[in-house]
Design a protein around this ligand. Structure first.
Ligand code: SER
Length: 595
């Protein structure tokens, strides 16, 4: 079964059981300062899990592109990926444990669906703690469905509890489904959930019943929900009797191209296989980040920094395999071809994906050249060291000043019969990281979605600002992105020249006038076509469901949006533009506050 077949089957199964298919969302979350990437299918649904009505109803299904960087150092083994696709079905106050587990069981085992033999499955359930009881209920449901007791393992919170990437938000106990590769258990405690390699998690049903608040308490949710996530790559792996996600058809094309470019045959050497896998994963992740409607460019901060790391790491492993010169663009073309069906944005953004990759690769190759030159300059002095050791501080300087990776310094050192004091380097690196972390900490505090009063006000302010800019500068103004914290807002929009002081003043005055008018904010659900007919602004390049919410601020603005918003503009504060500057070609950025 291919990934495309699995994706379609999943959607078909759940739509035939009353679910409405919704569009997966951007990889780069909007209005969420706490995470850099969408890490799970539930992420864009947080407001609905917390109680808002979803315009598409109470049973939803979708596929979602996700990026998780927590395990980036494990990428290269058989199952870890930074980018992956997640299939999900949701109940927003509709079915709960019984319905969710029965549908999961049927989809996994029924011959007309995945047909996984019962004896290859195992499950885990939550063992209970001071916050929530032992999940005997789920265990009993699994037993009734046909999973024998010895294949139902009770596990603690660190294994069987799911909350979002931010510390706060909707959460609850979960029940995970595993595939048994066979072979002997690693010990008496080996069972579903054991990390010895016998079991592979393929699906997770989360029973969202609590909202974890900023002070650490678990408030029961008014409406219990179900959030599930099935990993496409892993499931395709087991359905085809394979052991590694990198052995599936998902990666076959790109892996083959890497092998040809490196003149290496996969499977010959463990270290080289690892490099091949890292290139496959990192390049695919980079292509999806660059192909997103909210794409960022490689940079030294935030999501842009992750992107830069992914690209540079892929280049580095390419060089380890003996590839030379610019190698990423033709490989990226293959990724676009392979995934443009379910993700047409990749085709739409093909030119910018290839262009950004080529530029970043060239920049890095330049960095490598400079770094090598600087290393050569340092060499005579280091060679005088009788212990043949290069100090970690020197290696750190190469990294800090020229961006030269420590692994390459070590390689060059080894070629010259030297060793790098790695402990000293790590220490310098750690200090440097602590410093940058404390500098950026302010930007990442708070819950997953800051539903706080200030963030909500800023969210409404983006609508006022958007409309005011269109009135003052013209209808070509379109929102390109926004970022909100409880302290300020940032708003990117298309416009070709800096705003004059007069224009800034007029925009501020217009926004403040609407705040003074104390306009009501109303919301209506309608089709996207209808919204456009009524003159609502929709974000260019963003994907929407068939039914969308349209927020109106009095008679002033009408915009397709997921909310939340204040109910009236009065009392939002005084709107002040602090900065107006260029963000990228043809895009301006405003930073503003509500005082
Ligand atoms: N949110 C859960 C997970 O990511 C299920 O979708 O595992």
């Amino acid at each position: 079964m291919t990934a495309d077949e699995l994706r379609n089957k999943f959607i078909e199964f759940f739509t035939s059981r009353g679910h409405v298919q919704i569009q997966g969302k951007s990889l780069l979350p909007d209005n969420d300062p706490t995470v850099l990437f969408t890490t799970a299918g539930m992420h864009p649904l947080v407001p609905y899990l917390l109680g808002q009505e979803h315009p598409a109803g109470a049973r939803l299904v979708d596929y979602q592109k996700c990026v998780r960087t927590g395990d980036i150092d494990s990428v290269g083994d058989r199952s870890h990926l930074t980018f992956f696709e997640m299939l999900g079905n949701w109940s927003l106050g509709d079915y709960f444990k019984e319905g969710a587990l029965a549908m999961s069981f049927e989809f996994l085992t029924a011959p007309e669906w995945l047909g996984i033999p019962l004896e290859k499955l195992g499950v885990t359930v939550f063992e209970g703690d001071e916050n929530a009881p032992r999940d005997e209920e789920s265990a009993a449901i699994w037993k009734k469905l046909g999973i024998p007791s010895e294949r139902i393992a009770f596990r603690p919170k660190e294994d069987n509890w799911w909350g979002p990437a931010g510390a706060t938000g909707p959460c609850g106990p979960d029940s995970e489904m595993f595939y048994d590769f066979g072979g002997e258990p690693c010990g008496p405690d080996c069972g579903p959930g054991c990390s010895c390699g016998k079991w592979l998690e393929i699906w997770n049903d989360v029973f969202m019943q609590y909202n974890k608040t900023a002070d650490g308490t678990y408030e029961p949710l008014a409406r219990k929900c179900v959030d599930t996530g099935m990993g496409i790559e892993r499931t395709v792996t087991i359905l085809n009797g394979l052991r590694s996600v990198y052995d599936t058809e998902i990666f076959a094309g790109i892996r083959g191209a890497v092998e040809r470019a490196a003149a290496y045959v996969y499977g010959g050497d463990a270290e080289k296989d690892r490099s091949v896998r890292i290139i496959c994963d990192h390049l695919r992740a980079a292509v999806f980040i660059l192909g997103d409607p909210r794409a960022v460019s490689p940079s030294n901060v935030g999501a842009g920094y992750v992107l830069r790391r992914l690209i540079r790491r892929a280049v580095r492993h390419g060089r380890k395999l003996g590839m030379e010169g610019r190698v990423l663009p033709p490989l990226a073309e293959l990724v676009i071809e392979r995934f443009k069906g379910p993700y047409p944005e990749l085709e739409e953004n093909r030119l910018s994906i290839i262009d950004e990759l080529a530029r970043e690769e060239d920049k890095f190759l330049e960095t490598l050249k400079t770094g090598e030159r600087e290393f050569e300059k340092l060499l005579p002095q280091v060679l005088k060291n009788p212990q043949r050791v290069m100090s970690g501080r020197l290696a750190f300087r190469l990294f800090d000043t020229y961006g030269f990776p420590i692994e390459l310094t070590e390689e060059l050192a080894a070629e010259n019969g030297l060793r790098v004091n790695r402990d000293e380097f790590d220490e310098a690196f750690r200090k440097h990281q602590e410093l940058s972390r404390s500098q950026s900490a302010g930007a990442f505090k708070g819950g997953l979605v800051d539903q706080g009063e200030m963030a909500t006000r800023y969210h409404t302010a983006t609508h006022l600002l958007h409309q005011a800019l269109r009135l003052v500068l013209g209808d070509h103004v379109a929102q390109k992105g926004s970022n909100i914290t409880a302290e300020r807002m940032r708003f990117d929009f298309s416009h070709h020249s800096p705003m004059s002081a007069g224009e800034i003043e007029r925009v501020e005055a217009l926004v403040n006038e609407q705040i003074r008018r104390d306009l009501p904010i109303t919301v209506e659900v309608m089709s996207l076509e209808e919204a456009k007919e009524k003159g609502a602004i929709a974000l260019f390049g963003e994907k929407y469901e068939n039914q969308v919410k349209v927020y109106s601020v009095g008679d002033f603005s009408k915009e397709v949006c997921g909310g939340p918003h204040v109910t009236r503009t009065g009392g939002m504060g005084v709107f002040k533009i602090q900065k107006e500057q260029s963000s990228s070609a043809g895009v301006r950025r405003i930073r503003a506050v509500l005082e």
